[in-house]
Design a protein around this ligand. Sequence first.
Ligand SMILES: *Cc1c(COP(=O)(O)O)cnc(C)c1O
Length: 385
Amino acid sequence: MSESTESVSESVTESATPRESYAASPATQTAVRLREVLAQMPDYKPGKPAAAPAGVTAYKLSSNENPYGPLPSVLAAIDDAAATVNRYPDMAVTALTERLAKALDVPAECIATGTGSVAVLAQIVNAACDAGDEVVFAWRSFEAYPIVTQLAGAKPIMVGLDEQARHRLDAMFAAITDRTRVILVCTPNNPTGPCVHQSELEAFLDKVPSDVIVVVDEAYVEFVRDPEAVRGLDVWRHRPNVVVLRTFSKAYGLAGLRVGYAVAHPPVAAALRKTATPFGVNSVAQVAAVASLDAFDELNERVESLVAERDRVVQALNDQGWKLPQSDANFVWFPLGADSTAFSQACSDAGLTVRQYGDDGVRATIGEVEANSRLIEVAAAFGAR
Ligand SMILES: *Cc1c(COP(=O)(O)O)cnc(C)c1O
């Protein structure tokens, strides 16, 4: 096994000996009581580090990360902030909140930050759900949704996607009960790619009870080019029960620093501050996010080139005869059913780490140009489905 990521192989070697002796020790025969829900919960499966056959550059296309490293201006801000890490971060996240308010043209009191938008999502569910309350979302969708829901003691209500791997908002509406507290709309949908349309969402929201929070998860909004796509902030402005979720992890390339935010009306935003981990968003992340907003034009050039790469990959796959769902994000979805394992293996043999979702399909992130070209080659050799 050649792990190409040094830190991973290092930590494996270091821990091998102590872990063996620990496994046999009486300390592992614990009687402590843990919540039963943990045993039922799926483990979050992190994207595997890239690994490649000898002589081939490995690429990690499994976590929808931005392939570009931080901009020099962002790196300089990170460098400066590193010198102050003996101090707690600004708990109110003042500078970033104000900078976001300006960038989005929303009041600062409507912004709530967290350690990635996954954490902000957990804050939303914790703020809205008591035990047994229900959270409705499409499936497949983001793997964190059932985890966050069950950890809060709430019940996930999963509504299947349609044949084009799009949300069925009518079926999601039909799934609402008097226990429904939150509905999650993932647009574009991770892992399948299509966005929800603005007119569909407005019609849905006209019917949803006004005491149910509707989260519009726009983690990939910067990559959207469909003119009919949801514009979350426009919807949010005239709907008190809507919350927009955004992140610095994807287009902004700060996945490793963990910072995301919600745009919510003041009572909800205040509740999200109450359910946040105190001092969660660290000082380096706060500064890097501000510097990234300041460098938006430069970052946006990278987003444009990733979109161009996505379009190149999609075009090539279409030309090969693949029938894939529309992607408005930085990934493509291969709905391969029982062939998913074989395709995932073919990618892996070519040095591409992609994300397989059981027997549903395989998601490949748009990464470096060479990685994308190799994905096109693997797909051609595998044969279009
Ligand atoms: C990646 C992603 C997020 C963001 O995760 P962070 O915690 O901000 O890194 C949120 N929602 C979806 C659908 C995602 O794919």
